[in-house]
Design a protein around this ligand. Structure first.
Ligand code: ADP
Ligand code: MG
Length: 300
């Protein structure tokens, strides 16, 4: 069956990176004989009434949607219209929210840094209430990681060295969702990115920063192609499965004695760096996976 797909990206963010990702997917889709349109999320208007959930002024709906954005209401609206969306709105929502991700990873008994969720507070209250920081330090030790639930490029991840620094950070983040986390010192300045598609790891790279505890490439880290061992692959695939991702980039930290610890899961990980570094175009595996899934479901 010749399928028609939409590739949705964020029309609001600066830079060519997001369009580039969409175009990589489009090229791969056409290799698999599927015609696609690249659409900005803000070109579509989701409408709701007592009659139906719909999209304003759109006549031809696609057979599938590849959703590279985080506009979860739009992704959900497409699902309500009966269109298969990859990744699903639920997966995008969980992956975007690091606390929700760690909750599912913990429930799947997967290795994660020990994490304590900061209780929700309302920032406009004049009286600020702090959690018991002594108990948190007692549990996690120092230095410790403080991490916002929503963030990327390492920009919302902090390393704190003393209880004073910790208190200052908690005040600074007051009202926002964040967590306290064990610092995995064996992984300082380095991590692994494994790209999972379906139940396979299609490519991997190691990222190393020379002068920062965070390995993010955008924070100045270097990347190199990496051949993960079976254990790393197993953890990454299980992590993807735990949140239900069709495809994702799984970041692993190096634990002690050759073990791996899941750091985060990116449901819409950019694959250009991975291609430059490993020569593997993950878009091919992603589109092959999606198109075959759509075709198989269509013939049922
Ligand atoms: N618990 C931790 N212990 C050691 N390093 C960490 C820990 N959490 C994050 N890091 C480092 O910080 C980087 C960014 O953290 P991450 O949770 O992936 O946030 P982001 O979404 O901003 O990339 C990771 O790639 C890793 O190098
Ligand atoms: Mg990361």
């Amino acid at each position: 069956m010749n399928t028609y797909g939409w590739i949705i990206y964020n029309g609001n963010l600066p830079g060519e990176k997001f369009l580039d990702f969409a175009e990589m997917l489009q090229d791969s889709a056409s290799k698999h004989h599927s015609k696609t349109s690249i659409i900005k999320n803000n070109e579509l208007l989701a409408s709701l009434s007592s009659k139906d959930a719909a999209l304003l002024s759109v006549y031809e709906l696609p057979d599938y949607v590849v959703f590279t954005d985080k506009d979860i209401y739009l992704a959900k609206q497409l699902e309500l219209l009966g269109i298969p969306v990859f990744n699903s709105s639920r997966v995008i929502e969980i992956s975007d929210d690091k606390i929700a991700t760690y909750q599912l990873l913990a429930m799947a008994s997967l290795p994660i840094p020990q994490t304590i969720v900061a209780p929700k507070v309302f920032y406009h209250r004049s009286e600020k209430q702090l959690p018991n920081l002594d108990a948190i330090v007692h549990q996690l030790g120092l230095p410790m990681i403080v991490k916002e639930s929503f963030g990327s490029f390492g920009e919302q991840v902090y390393l704190v060295h003393s209880i004073e620094e910790l208190e200052q950070k908690v005040m600074e983040l007051y009202g926002r969702p964040f967590m306290f986390q064990e610092f995995i010192s064996s992984s300082e300045g380095k991590d692994l990115r494994l790209q999972v598609v379906g139940e396979k790891v299609v490519a991997a790279m190691k990222r190393t920063a020379s002068n920062d505890f965070r390995a993010n490439v955008t924070a100045g880290g270097k990347m190199e192609a990496y051949v993960p061992d079976a254990k790393a692959e197993q953890v990454a695939i299980a992590a993807a499965k735990a949140i239900g991702a069709d495809f994702c980039g799984v970041d692993l930290l190096f634990g002690s004695n050759g073990s791996y610890i899941v750091c985060e899961i990116n449901s819409n990980a950019h694959i250009r760096n991975l291609l430059d570094c490993t020569g593997v175009n993950a878009a091919d595996a992603i589109m092959e996976y999606i198109i075959s899934k759509v075709n198989n479901e269509g013939t049922r």
